[in-house]
Design a protein around this ligand. Sequence first.
Ligand SMILES: [Zn+2]
Length: 84
Amino acid sequence: MLLIPCPWCGKRAETEFRCAGQVKVARTELLEADDEAWLEYLYQTDNQRGVLTEYWCHEKGCGEWFTLCRDTTTHELVDRDPEP
Ligand SMILES: [Zn+2]
């Protein structure tokens, strides 16, 4: 079982968390975007292999949201942002 480090609660079992997907560009960058750009932002993911930064929620704990970097091929948690 994967132990995920919540910044407020410490390491907890992955069953207490929900992953909300890859961190993308800030929504403020899309304020003037057309429908096609919003559609891509909301529903399309790169689904790439390797280290990704993801949104996580400690849903069955403190309820806080945070980001963490995870290698999608090994599930190893990484302390850095992926290379651009
Ligand atoms: Zn927590």
